[in-house]
Design a protein around this ligand. Structure first.
Ligand SMILES: Nc1ncnc2c1ncn2[C@@H]1O[C@H](COP(=O)(O)OP(=O)(O)OP(=O)(O)O)[C@@H](O)[C@H]1O
Length: 599
């Protein structure tokens, strides 16, 4: 190779001078007059940029000797293309599809040279450059849910698996055979085994992702339970909980006996009706000890979770990438994109008013909802045979019942918790007409490189790359605010929860890692008004939270108490029976193979 680059043949372009820079390859066609713009419209061939960034190259391969096409232009199309047999190597990159700006598709640049040694030399140098791109995963565990969506899990994995092979990423693939399979596998994985992985990927929907999240965190994340308001809590009555009072907040620590009494495989005592619990086999699990030093503490800076969207809603993927495209998501994983994600820690104190107090921890990545949201999930279980259409059907049924629930909610007010809608006292009857709220602040939408999330995540890192656990010290001068009455629903969105029905999500300006929950309290109101509110979610750019019967509070934590017998919550689309819960946002608790929504 000479200074200033080397002449190689590029398939469809002809001779180009190729040189390696710090961040990518530069290409200069030797005969630009011969290069037609239409060559790039051939599938897999990218628009000819003068630069191929290493951060966008997901694999390099040496090919057998074969034909390389000359410049692809109108003249060659008429006269016939001049193909030359050469030694070849291929650079696999990504490009955007023409129709929409966002989804990524793989593309390839095939280079040729008459000398095999030259090709090998280029191949090795490029491999070294790609390997220098930090953060790319080398080993992943992949769970494939064969029945998710309309049975798309296996098919989607078959589509993207060759990309992982090409990128030389080792994948241990497990096709789940029951609910709870992924959870059990991850809980029983030793820390040494987990440490050998760069991440875990769900080929499924939000439910499989939730299972993986809980499987990873339940025994490895040790933190205080969420703060609770004065007068609430079972610290005296439960020997398993150590009372802690910090900054005027009640905080209790999960203990070996209490922290992990929740999910399929490790529930010792269960008064739930969660489908996961009934289908998994209970088994004795090692209970994590607080004194045990985990090799994989959470939060940390390296381990990541990924999703290849294949479910019926895929709200987590849509909210974190802006797309619902298995190939784009696979490329984000392979290229090692990273962003941190807040997680809601949900502690159930009681599953029903008469049940004994048994703190049970669950984690949710997108949403925790009660009332309407919980009922829809419970009802939809009766209509599984309908497939994803069951949500519309049961949603309509539950809507028509128009049930409201007596409940008390206390949330932490912080300087960031300015009232985003009408105050709780504004409308006790819930029967006021629609009115726009005057005080709603300007929405800052979370996007790729979001400055709001960046600010939050950089403030909590220590020198060893571990992320300081910031979820415990929530705010300096917290104040609990109570909201009581009859609610149609109570929900907490961790992220925007975009989905195909709600293009802006439940909360358009929710951020992926700012450390806050968006608490939505929907007070009882006449059915037509409730319908009006719900239909606003389906319209892009509308403001479904600007009704007087809707309270919207940005808060780090809240506590909920209902005396209703059949209280069910919806956690990331999965059922969770609970009448008393406390919830907190754990800022940046996990990392995701994503770079934020490009919306
Ligand atoms: N092989 C399996 N058979 C039955 N259920 C499974 C299996 N693997 C995972 N599950 C469970 O199925 C539930 C739904 O999974 P997921 O959300 O990934 O798919 P989905 O098609 O979006 O489903 P849903 O519409 O029920 O939310 C999860 O609780 C998951 O744990």
């Amino acid at each position: 190779m000479q200074d200033g680059g080397e002449v190689l043949f590029l398939d469809g372009v002809g001779e180009v001078v190729v040189s390696i820079g710090r961040s990518g390859l530069s290409l200069q066609p030797l005969h630009p007059e011969l290069v037609s713009s239409c060559w790039s419209s051939i599938t897999l061939q990218p628009k000819l940029d003068n630069k191929i960034k290493f951060s966008d190259v997901y694999a390099v391969e040496l090919l057998d000797k074969g034909l390389i096409c000359g410049p692809w232009n109108t003249r060659t199309a008429i006269q016939g293309k001049k193909n030359i047999e050469m030694h070849r190597f291929v650079v696999h990159g990504i490009t955007r599809t023409r129709k929409r700006p966002s989804p990524w598709v793989p593309c390839e640049y095939i280079f040729g040279h008459k000398d095999l040694k030259t090709c090998k030399n280029w191949f090795e140098r490029l491999m070294a450059c790609i390997n220098n791109e930090g953060d790319r995963p080398k080993s992943l565990m992949v769970f494939v849910h064969p029945l998710c969506g309309k049975g798309r899990g296996v098919k989607n994995w078959e589509i993207v698996a060759p990309l992982f092979d090409r990128a030389k990423i080792k994948t241990k693939v497990i096709v789940t055979n029951r609910a709870g399979h992924a959870y059990d596998t991850l809980v029983s994985l030793s820390d040494i085994e987990l440490k050998a992985l760069d991440g875990v990927v769900a080929v499924g929907g939000d439910g499989l992702f939730n299972e993986i999240l809980n499987g990873i965190l339940s025994s490895r994340y040790k933190a205080s339970y969420p703060p609770t308001p004065e007068g609430f809590g079972y610290f005296g009555s439960n020997e398993n909980c150590e009372e802690q009072t910090r900054s005027g907040l009640n905080c209790s620590m999960p203990t070996p006996d209490s922290a992990n009494t929740t999910f399929p495989g490790n529930s010792t005592k269960c008064d739930d009706h969660e489908p996961l619990l009934s289908t998994s086999q209970p088994r004795g699990l090692e209970i994590p000890s607080l004194k045990q030093d985990h090799l994989v503490p959470f939060p940390n800076d390296w381990f990541r979770l990924g999703i290849i969207p294949s479910g019926s809603t895929d709200a987590i993927v849509l909210s974190t990438t802006g797309e619902r495209d298995p190939v784009s998501s696979a490329l984000l994983i392979i290229l090692g994109r990273r962003m941190s994600l807040d997680i809601a820690q949900v502690v159930r104190w009681k599953s029903s008013p008469t049940a004994e107090v048994l703190p049970t921890v669950r984690y949710a990545a997108s949403f925790a909802g009660y009332g309407f949201y919980g009922e829809v999930i419970r009802e939809s279980e009766n209509y599984r045979w309908m497939g994803p259409a069951r949500y519309d059907f049961s949603g309509t049924m539950v809507f028509l019942k128009h049930r409201s629930y007596e409940a008390k909610v206390a949330f932490l007010e912080t300087p960031n918790t300015n009232p985003l809608t009408a105050s709780a006292e504004d409308d006790v009857t819930g029967a006021q007409p629609l009115q726009s709220c005057q005080r709603r602040p300007r929405k800052i939408i979370c996007r790729t490189n979001c400055f709001v999330c960046k600010e939050a995540s950089t403030s909590g890192k220590n020198s060893e790359g571990e992320v300081a656990d910031s979820s415990r010290t929530i705010c300096e001068n917290p104040k609990w605010v109570w909201s009581k009455g009859r609610f149609l629903s109570v929900g907490a969105a961790v992220i925007s929860c975009r989905n195909e029905r709600a293009p802006d999500g439940l909360v358009a300006d929710a951020h992926l890692s700012d450390g806050f929950l968006h608490l939505l309290l929907i007070r009882d109101c006449p059915l037509p008004l409730y319908l009006w509110h719900l239909t606003q979610f389906t319209k892009k750019g509308s403001d479904p939270l600007s009704f007087k019967f809707v309270e919207h509070h940005k808060t780090p934590a809240f506590t909920f108490i209902s005396s209703h017998d059949e209280s069910v919550w919806n956690l990331d689309g999965e059922i969770f029976q609970a009448c008393e819960v406390s919830v907190q946002a754990c800022r940046g608790l996990v990392n995701l193979f994503a770079s934020g929504p490009e919306v």
